[in-house]
Write a protein that binds this ligand. Structure first.
Ligand code: SF4
Ligand code: SF4
Length: 222
């Protein structure tokens, strides 16, 4: 059973500044990556995923607010002014397209993530848990899903044990934030990120344990 959230709880309890909170989440995501790598090594599963393979970055990415703020921090600290300006344009176009859609409609229309650049994730080190969990043993299955985005019956090619392990780590991490009273709304990454970058008030609302984003697309909790 993954044990990543316990150190996360301790780190978050000590956190005061935005940098402290981002550091706590970065460390937790690092532990999740380590857990994934250990699971892969132990099972011997062969993944088809590699750098420059971004076909799956057309799926809807569901996130929590704390993950969005980590991505926003990465953008502020790593992107040039020109890259940020270009991203702002892409995020606006993304938000205009996605906001009117239901989560199902979004998930079945191959909407490219605005953070994908030259088939690579431009925020790789800060990418959300959902992206870290996603994997495949067979690129042909990813291609089929891309070519038939509304065919939800097609079986994915993920490794079930790895998926289960990373899902449980994700659930436990989310529970730590929820128990501390932080926003547990499930947001869509691009629309929430647009608001995080444009509105410092979203961070203040989150710190005050209120709902962080007012204009982002949301996915109802199951
Ligand atoms: S899940 Fe599929 S499309 Fe995504 S990186 Fe892996 S092989 Fe490529
Ligand atoms: S955040 Fe990165 S890994 Fe996740 S969908 Fe966007 S480009 Fe792909």
């Amino acid at each position: 059973m993954p044990n990543a959230p316990q150190p996360l709880a301790a780190d978050l309890a000590r956190a005061q500044s935005p940098a402290d909170f981002h550091h706590a989440l970065r460390a937790a995501l690092g532990r999740v990556d380590q857990l994934g790598a250990q699971t892969v090594a132990a099972s011997g599963v062969k993944l088809a995923c590699c750098a420059g393979c971004g076909l799956c970055c057309t799926l809807r990415v569901d996130v929590f607010a704390h993950e969005v703020f980590l991505v926003a921090d990465h953008i502020r600290t790593h992107f040039s002014a020109a890259e940020r300006a270009a991203l702002t344009v892409r995020l606006a176009a993304h938000a205009e397209r996605v906001r009117p859609l239901t989560p199902f409609e979004h998930a079945t229309q191959n909407v490219t993530c605005p953070l994908l650049r030259d088939s690579r994730c431009s925020v790789y080190a800060a990418r959300p848990h959902t992206c870290r969990r996603h994997h495949s043993q067979d690129f042909a299955a990813c291609q089929f899903t891309y070519d038939h985005p509304t065919d939800l019956d097609f079986p994915g090619a993920h490794d079930r044990a790895l998926f289960r392990t990373l899902t449980e780590a994700m659930r436990q991490g989310a529970e730590v934030y929820a128990q501390l009273g932080y926003d547990a709304t499930i947001y869509e990454l691009g629309t929430a990120l647009a608001e995080a970058l444009a509105s410092p008030a979203s961070w203040r609302r989150w710190r005050a344990q209120k709902k962080a984003f007012r204009h982002a697309s949301e996915t109802p909790a199951e």
